[in-house]
Design a protein around this ligand. Structure first.
Ligand code: G6P
Length: 622
């Protein structure tokens, strides 16, 4: 989703803004723009559609836009098509057809999020003589700020807080005012925004990697708060316009973590970082051989008390929820319901004190997951966020937080964050089972020690990557691919299929193997690839039979199973073996070949692996 950056300081702003936007590219966008001003001079806006290099070319890598203060934006279209005129920054006055040029207006701004009542606000502004040049909700907000600024002759902070009270929806806003050279004003509600502090400079961005090259000192601006940035100073205000103090956080992870480090793509790098992501997550949750959830604030008493667990998540995080359901039910004997966040919030599920609602989210900012969390809290449930990004909205609002330790994930298609989430839910399931007495201390210890072998087992799967690279060349022209399995193997299928379709653009479906013959099997043609998951001993024969039903209708079969199940080779065309582990944890090793297969297929097809079309890393719209 849209990315925003801002800089004010002693250096030239435009190159810093372009660099920051580059690091936010992973969020997904279809146009970009900058507004930069040189001292007291009017700000100048330049916009370009398509990739960021068009904007860099248009501004001679930023050199043709002199000035020490500026804001930048990458836009992922929501209101209005991805055109020059709809690209940000937007101004409070009128603007030329291309949207670029000197800003005569009082206010210029960029925005990430969605203003839900923009139609009603637009009508109000039209009545007051404002004219609109774009289809965006952002232009409405910028003009509304301008309206209050002039009507009440109040300063920028008060004009912004008045606007915040009137708008419904989500926003991270960065604004510059003609009368306040060298200053940037920012506001946030439900969209990610961080503020960076440095000597003689200040930054803002949608995400830390955008500014990490320049500073490690970061403020996590809260919901409904305003920031005022000038070189070397950052001030914060609440909705009343009163100054407040926020803690400064030092980012400890390395800028390296957000660089490709020799890999051709972030996705490949992140696939290889999975042993570390899983190990770091487990190490944070296991103390002296025992799962320890003290840091989450969840006690054994809580885990015993819950009668029901509901899980809400989106995308791959929802697939982790599917896996968690099987593992929690099997180990801890507790009923678990898994819902897509976008559905959860519209159901009137009976929730209460004895329900634990777990929201799983890498970014901690996914709009539907945040909304699901709020619904759960309103209905009186206790909430746990399993989140990767420290200080994100879900982390801040959940009653309990369990942080995954995947580090920054840049590729849109998640890999290491997914694996870290799996590790987290295994640990949670084991502790819940111990607390509820459904596993003995001995079984707990055995499960934990098996858990600790996962990083090494994942590393061993990575050694097999050439075989998957080779197989990917056979399937790169496939029309359809089906991933099937039962139980936990169905949960793997869901993620394997999503990885394949999102980055290779090959149509792919995951199906519960037993359900295939109730419709989907009619899609099987000669040479259609069917990937069967065979990691669960009790379901092996049944799934294999379902694969054979496909084969007899022309399908080409790939089987994925644990080392030692060599008989599978008698039935399928291509077999992938992964190290054996406890069956509850098999997804962690079995997903890796599927990630690699999707990755190499996308590369073979010459696609933009890290930034697939139409997708965004962090979906902050509903
Ligand atoms: C987007 C990403 C997916 C991710 C999903 C949920 O669609 O492309 O990779 O699984 O959002 O994101 P979250 O940050 O909540 O885990």
């Amino acid at each position: 989703m849209c990315g925003i950056v801002g800089y004010t300081g002693e250096n030239q702003a435009a190159p810093i803004l372009l660099d920051g936007l580059k690091r936010l590219e992973y969020r997904g966008y279809d146009s970009a723009g900058l507004a930069v001003r040189d001292g007291d001079a009017l700000a100048e806006v330049v916009k370009a559609t398509g990739k960021l290099y068009h904007l860099a070319d248009k501004t001679d890598q930023g050199r043709s836009l002199p000035g020490n203060c500026g804001i930048g934006h990458t836009r992922w279209a929501t209101h209005g098509d991805p055109s020059l005129i709809n690209a940000h920054p937007h101004v409070s006055g009128s603007c030329s057809g291309s949207g670029s040029g000197k800003v005569e207006s009082d206010v210029v701004g960029v925005h990430n999020g969605i203003i839900e009542n923009y139609g009603e606000l637009k009508e109000k502004l039209l009545r007051h003589g404002y004219r609109f040049y774009s289809d965006t909700d952002t232009e409405v907000v910028v003009k509304l700020v301008d309206y209050y600024y002039k009507k009440y002759k109040i300063g920028p902070v008060d004009a912004i807080t008045r606007t915040m009270v009137r708008v419904r929806g989500s926003y991270a806003l960065a604004l510059m005012f003609k009368d306040h050279p060298g200053e940037i004003f920012a506001a946030r509600k439900d969209s990610p925004l961080i503020i960076g502090a440095a000597e003689n400079a200040a930054f803002l961005a949608s995400d830390v990697p955008a500014i990490l090259k320049y500073t490690r000192s970061v403020y996590y601006i809260g919901n409904l708060q305003v920031a005022r940035l000038s070189p070397g100073s950052v001030k914060f205000y609440d909705l009343n316009g009163d100054e407040i103090t926020l803690p400064l956080t030092e980012i400890t992870w390395d800028a390296e973590a957000a660089e490709k480090g020799g890999y051709e793509h972030f996705m490949l790098k992140e696939i290889h970082e999975q042993p570390a992501a899983v190990r770091d997550t487990l190490v944070s949750l296991v103390k002296d051989g025992t799962v320890d959830l003290t840091e989450t604030g969840l006690t054994d008493g809580d885990l015993k008390r819950f009668a029901q667990i509901d899980i809400a998540a989106c995308g791959s995080a929802w697939h982790v929820g599917m896996a968690a359901q099987y593992v929690l039910e099997d180990l801890a004997g507790i009923p678990v319901r898994v819902e897509l966040s976008s559905e959860f919030r519209y159901r009137t599920l009976p929730l209460g004190k004895d329900t634990l609602v777990i929201v799983i989210s890498q970014s901690g900012e996914t709009a539907d997951s945040l909304a699901a969390l709020r619904v759960a809290k309103e209905r009186g449930a206790e909430t746990l966020g399993i989140v990767n990004v420290i200080g994100s909205s879900i982390a801040r609002e959940a009653d309990h937080v369990l942080y995954t330790m995947a580090g920054p994930e840049i590729a849109v298609a998640t890999t290491k964050a997914y694996s870290a989430q799996l590790a987290a839910v295994y640990a949670l399931a084991i502790r819940t089972a111990l607390a509820r007495g459904t596993v003995s201390q001995e079984r707990h210890d055995a499960l934990v020690s098996e858990l600790m072998t996962l990083p090494e087992k994942i590393r061993r799967v990575l050694e097999e990557k050439e075989r998957l690279q080779w197989f990917s060349t056979k399937i790169s022209n496939a029309k359809d691919i089906f991933f099937i399995g039962r139980g936990l193997d169905y949960a793997i299928s869901l993620e394997g299929s999503l990885k394949m379709k999102e980055i290779s653009y090959i149509h792919s479906e995951a199906y519960a193997a037993g359900e295939l013959k109730h419709g989907t099997i009619s899609l099987i043609e000669n040479n259609t690839l069917v990937v069967g998951m065979l990691t669960q001993a009790g379901l092996y024969e049944k799934t294999l039979s379902n694969m054979m039903e496909c084969k007899s209708r022309g399908a080409f079969l790939m089987g994925l199973t644990a080392n030692g199940n060599f008989s599978v080779e008698d039935s399928v065309n291509f077999t992938v073996y992964v190290p054996k582990t406890d069956e509850h944890f098999m997804i962690s090793v079995a997903i890796v070949p599927l990630q690699l297969l999707a990755y190499y297929t996308s590369v073979n097809r010459g696609l933009d692996v890290d930034k697939p079309r139409n997708l965004a890393k962090s979906v902050t719209v509903e």
